[in-house]
Design a protein around this ligand. Structure first.
Ligand code: N01
Length: 548
């Protein structure tokens, strides 16, 4: 029996509570267990997987290559796991996450079907006390929120929705049993990444598919297919080096690019560069030239190229025009990746309703109604996204030191120090939370960096004989200002999106993540750790010391 086991046996309250059993929560359980802490996980779902547990709608898959969108912490794992497709579908990613949980013996540490509803820091005990929706409570020295940046599904409050007599689905909370759409009239509301993935699938089986689009998105064909042995070898032969390299990249994703700016090439080379990237497929299109996201002219030429492709693919010019994004630059909203999305609108059973021109007014028992028509439906699929980054955290009633509520602290939008901690909430850490790069690129890279930083910090505390860490308010204010400043100079300000919280009525408009790049952020976190955790306050707790 090792130290961790013996501790657990004599003290049923764990050292750390980890909320969520997706990529973040599982890695946190593994790392903290590895450094000798007793850990306990809570998960609202009946299984592991987080996003990949809930988003099981037809067509759901990752738009980052699986060889990159996977854990790097175990070389044996990354060498042994065999991805089947270039972009893995949801079921394959879920199998992978389940494998990880079994392989590292994490399942027994997690209480499933249990939602954490509140968490308060007890100033006398200097411990976090969490309560669950089963009426249980548990305390721990550390609270780790691995609740996921895109895990709180958003269903718009459309008048009459409760009167609809057909079936209602949300892509972000899809049923576990297969859903049959054969021969049915189906409406999809929303054309973000989820809508763009599900629409081609539904079009194959539905009698009629009505797509309600408010804002068109830029989408690049994925050109998905089986993972070729050559590509698998390319990664696996130098996986360790490669993973180190991607950690330094702005988005944590490796792209094959020309390495040139649009200004360095002739108009013909520019066009052929775009054609090549379009033929190759994937979100890497935006990196075809180095200046697409920096130079408005380069951006316009890339956007024009995609708009021309849409016009080429979609036979009806009015529909093609409605599908072309025209009001924001490429990259201001998350770029989508699809399999036959634009082609779907050539099918005779598919209609596009531009609800920016004819808004949805209400829903009746049988139809979605816009200002000028009623669309009778058997099923409504909401592909309307998430209350991003803060939704799942604020769904928990969190009270920090002196009973201060996190909801109050964040009423003008979230503020954190490095996206890792919020001042006044001692010993509470967030994984891929607001104010960190989080979901702006390869979130698995982000998660591993956060969890490694947190575990190193906890080891530092142990070695320096301190029990409590908190962020300093001024350090938090400076980081928050920096996050905002970087966001102001980015493309992200030029479109309404979940990045800014503008998809949720009443949510303060504030850029939610750190847009300075994964590599830069990683260096900043490392520098702060090696400076002795500048901007954090540590203290020894007589109460906790007594319980050691
Ligand atoms: O959500 P979204 P999502 N009436 O917020 C529309 C990740 N992801 O689930 O743009 C009518 O992007 C809304 O319209 P508008 C990825 O990071 C990854 O698709 O607000 N329409 C929009 O069209 C992604 O960015 C993958 O005008 C309404 C749509 O609903 C993030 O998740 C796959 C409306 C919501 O789009 C979120 O994507 C899927 C209303 N009242 C998701 N309210 C991968 O491939 C909202 N809309 C890895």
């Amino acid at each position: 029996m090792n130290y961790t086991d013996s501790l657990k046996d004599i003290r049923p309250e764990p050292d750390a509570i980890i909320v969520g059993a997706g990529f973040g929560g599982l890695y946190a359980l593994h790392r903290l267990k590895q450094i000798g802490l007793s850990v306990e996980g809570f998960e609202a779902g009946a299984g592991v997987g987080g996003t990949w547990y809930w988003n099981r709608y037809p067509g759901a898959r990752c738009d980052i290559e699986s060889m990159q969108y996977s854990y790097s912490f175990s070389d044996k794992l990354q060498q042994e796991w065999k991805w089947q497709e270039k972009y893995a579908p949801q079921a394959e990613i879920l199998r992978y996450i389940e494998h990880v949980a079994e392989r590292f013996d994490l399942l027994k540490l997690i209480q499933f079907n249990t939602r954490i509803v509140s968490a308060s820091f007890d100033d006398n005990l200097e411990r976090w006390i969490v309560t669950t929706d089963r009426g249980e409570s548990k305390s721990a020295r550390y609270l780790i929120l691995a609740t996921g940046p895109l895990s709180t599904a958003n269903t718009p409050a459309i008048r009459g929705l409760d009167r609809f007599s057909g079936r209602i689905f949300h892509t972000g909370a899809w049923p576990h049993e297969p859903v049959d759409f054969i021969g049915r009239s189906v409406g999809v509301i929303g054309t973000g990444s989820s809508g763009i993935q599900i629409i081609p699938e539904l079009a194959q089986v539905a009698k009629d598919l009505i797509v309600f689009q408010r804002t068109p998105n830029f989408s690049i064909p994925s050109r998905n297919g089986p993972l070729t042995p050559a590509r698998e070898r390319m990664f696996k032969e130098r996986y360790k080096v490669f993973r180190e390299e991607i950690k330094r990249l702005p988005s944590g994703i490796f792209f094959e690019t020309t390495g040139k700016s649009t200004e360095e090439v002739s108009p013909e080379e520019r066009q052929s560069g775009f054609e090549e990237a379009w033929a190759k497929g994937g979100v890497g299109f935006v990196r075809t030239f180095t200046d697409i996201i920096l130079n408005p002219e380069a951006n316009t030429s890339a956007s024009d190229f995609i708009r021309a492709k849409i016009a080429e693919i979609v036979e009806n010019p009015t529909v093609a025009s409605a599908l072309q994004p025209k009001t924001y630059p490429l990259g201001a909203k998350r770029i989508c990746v699809d399999t036959g999305y634009y082609e779907t609108f050539n099918k005779s059973n598919v209609s596009l309703i531009d609800v920016s021109k004819t808004p949805i007014t209400h829903i009746t028992s049988k139809a979605v109604s816009t200002v000028d028509a009623d669309y009778p439906l058997d099923d409504i699929v909401f592909a309307t996204g998430f209350d991003a980054l803060t939704g799942a955290i604020l769904a928990i009633d969190i009270k920090g030191s002196a009973g201060r509520s996190l909801k109050d602290k964040w009423k003008e939008g979230p503020s954190t120090y490095l996206g890792l901690m919020a001042a006044g909430f001692p010993n509470m850490f967030m994984v891929a939370g607001p104010g960190s790069p989080s979901i702006l690129g390869n979130v698995v890279v982000s998660i591993e960096q956060h969890v490694d930083w947190i575990s190193a910090c906890l080891e530092y505390m142990h070695n320096h004989d301190v029990d409590v860490i908190d962020a300093k308010p001024d350090a938090e204010a400076q980081w928050d200002a920096h996050v905002n400043e970087v966001a102001q100079s980015s493309l992200f300000q030029q479109a309404d999106s979940w990045y800014l919280g503008s998809n949720i009525p009443g949510k303060p408009r504030k850029f939610l993540a750190y847009a300075g790049g994964y590599g830069v952020y990683r260096d900043k976190c490392a520098e702060i750790a090696s400076s002795g955790y500048e901007g954090f306050i540590f203290r020894k707790s007589p109460v906790l010391a007594a319980s050691n």
